[in-house]
Ligand binder design. Structure first.
Ligand code: AMP
Length: 198
């Protein structure tokens, strides 16, 4: 199978080629068509399988249409490192799309992130604690989020982020597409899946 089969926009295909991807990985083959149809998806995949592009490509395709300059996709990551890696993947794959991503995590000043949000990023990749800080301060507007990704959900629970995730979920529109990725499926993750995925 080739990437052409997904019918991604030419500006996105330019990013795929620039990164040297030739053949989609198994998780990409299975997840990308369903996500592009707007369905909620549960992906059981570890790092190294190509799971990031499996959700980034359909997200780029979706938000290429519609308004710019507002956060329309929110990706929740357990760690700063993963958030930065995900932003790098978005910047690489989306390099010809004009869409902007922003990493949001703690341990650094908030102002730079506030400026990034004001400059109109469409995709926010955020760690739970700092995201809640922005929500409580009113410095992030989540009212336009139409796609939510919970990435590495099992790690998120190991790190005690479950209550934060639930608080974040309460701030999002009910009508949205939700994608959840996890390497393993412990009970906590299974319960969340039942609650948030349609
Ligand atoms: P991930 O599992 O998302 O962390 O991706 C692992 C690595 O595989 C990253 O360096 C990606 O850039 C790369 N990658 C993802 N999809 C493909 C693909 N279809 N072909 C080649 N490399 C890929």
């Amino acid at each position: 199978m080739s990437f052409e089969k997904f019918n991604l926009h030419s500006s996105i295909m330019a990013g795929v080629r620039a990164l040297g991807y030739i053949t989609p990985t198994p998780i990409q083959v299975r997840a990308i068509p369903s996500i592009m149809q707007g369905r909620d998806v549960l992906g059981l995949a570890q790092t190294g399988t190509g799971k990031t592009a499996a959700f980034v490509l359909p997200i780029l395709q979706r938000i290429l249409q519609g308004p710019r300059g507002q956060v329309r996709a929110l990706i929740i990551s357990p760690t700063r490192e993963l958030a930065e890696q995900t932003c790098e993947a978005i910047d690489g794959l989306g390099q010809q799309t004009g869409l902007q991503s922003l990493a949001i995590y703690g341990g650094v000043g908030m102002q730079q992130q506030i400026d990034g949000l004001r400059s109109g990023a469409e995709i926010a990749v955020a760690c739970p604690g700092r995201l809640l800080d922005h929500i409580w301060k009113g410095t992030i507007d989540l009212s336009h989020v139409e796609v939510l990704v919970i990435d590495e959900a099992d790690r998120m629970f190991d790190m005690g982020f479950l209550p934060d995730i639930r608080s974040i979920l309460r701030c999002l529109m009910g009508q949205r597409q939700t994608l959840l990725f996890s390497a393993t499926m412990p009970d906590d993750v299974r319960h969340l899946v039942q609650e948030v995925l349609h």
